[in-house]
Design a protein. Structure first.
Length: 363
């Protein structure tokens, strides 16, 4: 059974964790879990997810649902992730959700109040049974517990479908939102991504914080800071399935990752067909890594302010490039930065500090 020290899911549910220390040891047992429509806040939390992501956000909701995406605020957090990603955001709009849902880990010291909703299927008709009484789970108290059972009408989409489809605007009512402030989240291995977004739409703000490789990890030549692509995690969250139930959905708006006075390490990868990432490195932030696109129609945009810096670790492929200041604050280390000059509003090929070049290409 998966477990977590704090979990919210269901419209209107909320959880506030303060001054807490905990750890999780099981596969698929994140420190924090937030479902669609919920709000989760954690302040001064220390937590080690030994074999799981630090934070999992399930943005799944039925096609008729107007529920907002999950919202998470992290302030003063010291965390680590042992598998998959430090922050995992996904949505399975037309697929079965595991009925083994996170429960509050009894080892946590957190004092919290929450409303919990357990969803077995994320599709069509829903019936709800509510027990309006206080239920104690570990050190957390839930004011009410609601269990939703959803029946699936009709057949499920074929796993063999290959076409790329667009997200309807009512299904993109709002993105999954994460704010990471005055915090540090470490990845224990180069195989662990910083942020992994699958089949969803996300907005992430990183302020005076860092997403970095753990000092004890074996440093590799490449690691992923942000990955967009795939459809949902496997049971136990030990992997990520690329096409489990439906084709990757083409984004109409980008995942916006905004870094302010922060330190980022790793590559930005648009891996899914139609995936789109916009990394904004701002206000004294530093980024060490590169950018790549491997999915059909996928895109990476990069904005770099004059007070921030980018150290390249390989050739980069960027659709829209926005640079502040008269001289690009990019240490190219001899690598080539390919970009779309027309979309970027810039002219042609030019030299970069460090011996590399920015080369205009069609994308």
């Amino acid at each position: 059974m998966r477990s977590t020290i704090g979990a919210t899911w269901g419209v209107g549910s909320s959880l506030d964790i303060r001054e807490s220390t905990a750890s999780t040891a099981g596969l698929g047992s994140p420190c924090l879990y937030s479902g669609s429509g919920s709000v989760l806040e954690a302040r001064n939390l220390v937590c080690d997810a030994m074999q799981a992501p630090f934070l999992v956000m399930d943005a799944t909701r039925g096609g008729r649902s107007k529920a907002r995406g999950p919202t998470v605020f992290l302030d003063g957090v010291d965390g680590s992730a042992g598998r998959l990603a430090a922050v995992l955001i996904f949505s399975n709009l037309s697929s079965a959700v595991s009925s083994t849902l996170p429960v509050v880990n009894v080892t946590t010291k957190a004092k919290a109040t929450t409303t919990v909703t357990a969803t077995i299927w994320a599709n069509t008709t829903t019936t709800t049974t509510t027990r309006p009484k206080s239920t104690t789970m570990g050190a957390a108290t839930a004011k009410s517990t609601a269990v939703s059972t959803t029946k699936t009408n009709g057949s499920q989409p074929s796993a063999k479908a290959k076409e790329v489809v667009g997200l309807a605007q009512d299904q993109l009512h709002s993105p999954a939102r994460v704010v990471i402030k005055d915090s540090e989240i470490r990845m224990k291995d180069t195989a662990v991504a910083g942020i992994w977004i699958g089949n969803s739409w996300a907005s992430v703000t990183i302020s005076r914080s860092s997403l970095v490789l753990d000092d004890d990890a074996v440093a590799g030549s490449s690691r992923v800071l942000i990955r967009a692509g795939g459809s949902g995690p496997t049971r136990g969250m030990v992997g990520f399935t690329e096409e489990p139930h439906r084709p990757q959905q083409r984004q109409r708006q980008p995942h916006v990752i905004r870094a302010e006075e922060s330190t980022l390490e790793g590559d930005v990868l648009a891996a899914g067909d139609g995936s789109w990432v916009h990394l904004r490195v701002m206000n004294g932030s530093t980024w060490v890594g590169t950018a790549a696109q491997s999915g059909e129609g996928s895109m990476v945009d990069v904005s770099l302010t004059a007070t921030s810096s980018w150290t390249m670790t390989g050739d980069a492929h960027v659709r829209r490039l926005r640079l502040g200041g008269d001289v690009p604050n990019i240490d190219s280390r001899g690598f080539i930065l390919y970009y779309n000059a027309t979309i970027s509003g810039m002219a042609g090929t030019f030299d970069l500090p460090g011996g590399g070049r920015a080369v205009a290409v069609d994308m």
